[in-house]
Structures are given as C-alpha cells and as structure tokens.
Design a protein around this ligand. Structure first.
Ligand code: ATP
Ligand code: MG
Length: 386
C-alpha cells in the first residue's frame, strides 16, 4: 500500500494529537501538513509541516489539497464550499456535505429532528421582534445561540428575564441566530463514534462531561449511568453515524434529562475533547481511530480497558503571556499532556491531565479527587527571559 500525505485544516491541540498518531503509522502516512493561522502551532511543534493562513482562506485550502492525498479537519468552521469544490484527486473526510450540515447549528438540529432523533425545542431567529415572539413558545430561561463558528459556549447567551432580551440580541446582532429551550439536565454525556470509508461503525462507551462556565472541565469514563442509558446512548450514536455521510470520528454530545431521556445537543465532525481519555484508557485512541477511519482501515478496539478521568488545564484568569514549562511528579497512573502553546490566555485550553485507574479499583470518586488535587497544584508562572 502506498503511503499517503495527510492534510489537516487546523493545527491546534487536536491537530497535534492527530499528527502524533499519524507519526505512529508510517506504513500508511508519510507526512502531515496542517493549515493554521498561528505560526508554530501545536501540530507544527510535533513535526507537522505548516501552511500559515486562515482556516477559510481559499488559496491556502487549495494549496493544502495540492500537497495532500487526503484532507481532514480538527475544527468545524472550515470552508465547506471550497472543500466541496476541490479536485477529485484529493479525498476529504468527513465529507464536505456533512461538514456543511453540522457547521450550522440550526441546519444540524433540523437534520437530527428530521431523521427522528430526540432534540430540544428550537427555532430560527431573524429579528428582535421574532425573538420576542418565539420566546413566548419556550418561556424563560432560554438559550440564544449563534448558528456558526461557536465553541466553548462563546456563541451562547442564556436569557433569564425579558429585560435581557435586547442585550442578548445585540450581542450576536451581526450573526444569524437560533433559540433553544433550556434543558434542566441531570448530566451531560457524549459518545465518540467512528465510521470508516467502508461503512464500518464503532462507538466508545459513553462518558460524563462536567462543564464550568460553558467550558469542559472534566470527563469521566465511563459515565455514571445505568446500563440501559449506556446502551441507549450508543444506539443513538450508531444511528446518527448511519445517516451521516463520510468517514471519521465524531463527538456526539447529549443531555440526560431528569426523567432519564437522552436528547442530542450537538455533533462535532471531528475528534473531541471528551475523547482525550482514550489516549491511555483504551486500546485505540480516538486520534488513531480517526486516521483508521479516513484511511479505510479496519477500526480499532474501543473497549474501556481502565476507568479514567480527564481534566482540562485552562489558562488562569489573571494571566496572559509566555509561561514556564509545566511539570508534575511522574506517576504510573497520571498522564500530563501539554499542548505547547507559546502563550497562555485566560480560559484557553493549554493541556489536559488523564488519571487512569491502572489498578482497576473502579473508585471514580477517588479518581476525581486525585485529578483535582493534581490540577490545583499546576501553576502558570511568567516565563523569565534568558
Ligand atoms: P463546545 O465547543 O463546548 O462543544 P458550543 O460552544 O458549540 O460548545 P454548545 O455545545 O451548544 O456550544 O453549548 C455549550 C454548553 O452550554 C453545553 O455543553 C451545555 O452545558 C450548555 N447548553 C447548550 N445548550 C443548552 C440547552 N438547550 N439547555 C441547557 N444547556 C445548554
Ligand atoms: Mg458543545
């Protein structure tokens, strides 16, 4: 089999971990090229070549396609129109059509609803008066969302009272918006699913996600749910994979309601933060799985070999700038992954910590406690110039 050159749109931490996985598969992938606007992006630091340009820059995407055999992406805000128009010699996965459906949250929810998947009530918002009218259907509080280019909750505004309506609309005035009924969920969960180019589908066991200020703080693998919910979440994820076109890993976020129903929140057409635990907890990491999927290889095993807790390391709120390298005490069950970003910024994802239950105690509370203890010891210190 001829080796391939892999092009990735986006070279942040996800592109970095995809590059590292690719380097372990030299019999299939000879080189990785990323397109990213930040010079010396995380993926470039681990050996990817880099085209420095905006993710949506048409010339840069075409250049990437000329240099690559297969193209994938680590962000959903890519330019699906340009990807769709590329020369047939390069394969893009997940397919640009799927990216187009997913990258607009309204189109995505409609697609899910039309295919019979349970979602929260939602509506398109086209004007301030439209917002005023549609809020009546849902009642307060409601969630106003931008349809595109949102991440880490930055495109969400929870409207608690009528007085906040104008502020909320003004926040996103330049963008197209949608409205969602707020779910008073019991838990947020997600399933990392994969589909290869031959149609083989596999899912990792459902995990539990804890957010703080709209940013993922911790993932607990497996989620503390009943067997019934575990199976139901997997079934939904598999059915979603059946209706989506293209190959790759997808992160499927769901809400578990107070009466134990699962609602699909959103799909990410890429490797997902809640799948980082697989680097140590599973035989196949989500990054290797994604590459296997787009290369048309048989998918790897997805069983959870050990329980695990993943903790994100975010930039501290009172610090911005270059920082001294972060080090922690080395232990068999503790894995620190820093993304080598040059500059820390408040709430920026700087790295993650995996605590793995190597002794199979299955004591999740203890794993959470350990993760929090270690994370709280991590401090960002201003880098002293040499
Ligand atoms: P991310 O990049 O973290 O996946 P995002 O910016 O694309 O997120 P969402 O996933 O839509 O945005 O929302 C972020 C978080 O806001 C969710 O994980 C959830 O905690 C909360 N949220 C979003 N929609 C709702 C809703 N309808 N009801 C209750 N909470 C919600
Ligand atoms: Mg989300």
């Amino acid at each position: 089999m001829l080796t391939k050159i892999l092009g990735i749109i986006g070279g942040g931490q996800l592109g970095m971990m995809l590059t590292e996985a690719a380097k372990k598969m030299p019999e299939y992938i000879s080189d990785v090229i990323v397109l990213d606007p930040t010079k010396n992006c995380p993926a470039a630091k681990v050996g990817a070549k880099q085209i420095i340009a905006d993710y949506k820059n048409k010339n840069a995407i075409v250049e990437l396609s000329l240099q690559s055999d297969i193209i994938t992406y680590e962000i959903e805000s890519g330019n699906s129109e340009v990807l769709e128009s590329l020369n047939r010699d390069v394969t893009v996965n997940p397919s640009p059509a799927t990216l187009r459906t997913i990258q607009d949250k309204f189109v995505q929810k409609k697609f899910l609803q039309e295919n019979g998947f349970p979602v929260t009530d939602f509506a398109l918002i086209e004007s301030p008066s439209d917002l005023k009218e549609k809020i009546k259907l849902f009642g307060y509080p409601v969630m106003l969302k931008t349809r595109r280019d949102a991440y880490d909750g930055r495109g969400n505004f929870k409207i608690e009272r009528p007085e906040h309506l104008t502020t909320a609309y003004k926040r996103f005035e330049e963008k197209s918006m949608m409205l969602e009924k707020i779910i008073n969920f019991k838990m947020e969960v997600s399933v990392i699913a994969a589909r290869n180019t031959k149609g083989q589908i596999s899912t990792y066991p459902v995990v539990e996600n804890i957010h703080e200020e709209n940013i993922l703080k911790m993932t607990i693998a497996p989620a503390r749910v009943s067997k019934k919910i575990l199976e139901e979440s997997e079934r939904i994820a598999k059915e979603i994979m059946d209706v989506l076109q293209g190959a790759g890993v997808f992160g499927i976020e769901m809400f578990l309601t107070q009466d134990d129903k699962l609602l699909v929140n959103e799909i990410a057409p890429r490797v997902h933060n809640s799948g980082h635990h697989t680097l140590q907890s599973s035989a196949t990491s989500q990054f290797e799985q994604h590459l296997r999927a787009i290369l048309g290889l048989e998918l790897g095993k997805t069983d959870l070999l050990h329980y695990a807790v993943m903790c994100n390391i975010l930039g501290p709120k009172d610090f911005e700038g270059p920082y001294e390298p972060i080090k922690i005490e080395e232990k068999e069950e503790v894995y620190l992954k820093m993304y080598q970003k040059d500059v820390a910024k408040p709430q920026r994802k700087m790295g993650h910590l995996n605590i793995v239950d190597v002794n199979d105690t299955r004591d999740i509370n203890n794993l959470i406690k350990k993760a929090e203890e270690i994370r709280n010891k991590i401090k960002f210190r201003k880098q002293i110039q040499q």
